[in-house]
Design a protein around this ligand. Structure first.
Ligand SMILES: Nc1ncnc2c1ncn2[C@@H]1O[C@H](COP(=O)(O)OP(=O)(O)O)[C@@H](O)[C@H]1O
Ligand SMILES: [Mg+2]
Length: 238
């Protein structure tokens, strides 16, 4: 199977600070990969590099088979939920998604259909006509996931998608992410500092600490006989 993500010694420095140090991994269609690590581990940096928002200081990568030096092509094929997503508060969710679909080149009719379908998929069908200003944090995260799917991406990056949600809201988002990978055959990269999340949806985990990959593999491989939280504490610094 062809890799949907291939990162080779991917590195990023901010001034004197090595935020990411020679990260190497691959992902395939249908993979849900958990990017796990404490604050400052380099999770957001990894996502920003692979989504072409930042340029690497070293190493190389491909996403959806496209080399990292062709960001415009990569952007056509990916969906992103950034760490802190802003929304046009006065628009309705349906208006916002139709607009996004139009930006990706869909005509009016198919943009309308895509917005309706995606809002249904993320469980916002009955609130599609409500202004985003009235949305809770969980609803905004779902809208952000719908937005990330508008171009039918083959790779979806979600940066801390459950941040700030209560346990029920977290579970809903995780169920949604699991379905997304299964139904669409998309690769999902999900960053989190919460172990329960990776245990629930991720087939594979990358454990980062201070920019360095400390472990990679299935949850059982990373756990190596102990609990995932013991392994996490052993592999990271806080
Ligand atoms: N724009 C930036 N300028 C300087 N340092 C940064 C910048 N963004 C992140 N960093 C640093 O890079 C490291 C990794 O950050 P980040 O990728 O945001 O980690 P995480 O998402 O895992 O919390 C941290 O030490 C952070 O302070
Ligand atoms: Mg982050």
């Amino acid at each position: 199977m062809t890799a949907t993500i291939e990162a080779i010694s991917l590195s990023k420095r901010y001034g004197g600070r090595q935020a990411l140090d020679e990260l190497t991994f691959t992902a395939e269609p249908g993979d849900v990969i958990g990017l796990l690590g404490p604050n400052g581990a380099g999770k957001t940096t990894t996502i920003r590099l692979l989504t072409t928002i930042l340029e690497p200081s070293g190493g190389s990568f491909t996403v959806a088979g496209i080399p990292g030096d062709q960001p415009h092509r990569i952007r056509q094929r990916i969906g992103v939920l950034p760490e802190s997503a802003g929304y046009p508060e006065r628009q309705t969710a349906a208006e916002y998604l139709r607009y996004m679909a139009r930006l990706f080149g869909q005509d009016r009719r198919s943009a309308r259909a895509a917005a309706d379908r995606l809002l249904g998929d993320v469980g916002l069908g009955d609130r599609a006509g409500g202004r985003i200003a009235s949305y809770s944090r969980g609803m905004r995260q779902r809208l952000g996931i719908a937005r990330a799917l508008v171009n039918e991406p083959s790779v979806v990056f979600l940066d801390e998608p459950t941040l700030g949600l209560d346990p029920a809201g977290q579970r809903e988002i995780l169920d949604l992410i699991g379905r997304l990978a299964a139904d669409r055959g998309a690769t999902v990269v999900l960053s989190t500092h919460l172990l329960a999340e990776v245990e629930q949806v991720c087939g594979r985990v990358l454990v980062l600490d201070r920019g360095t990959l400390r472990a990679a593999g299935s949850i059982d491989e990373v756990r190596a006989g102990s609990s995932l939280s013991d392994a996490f504490l052993r592999l990271t610094h806080d």
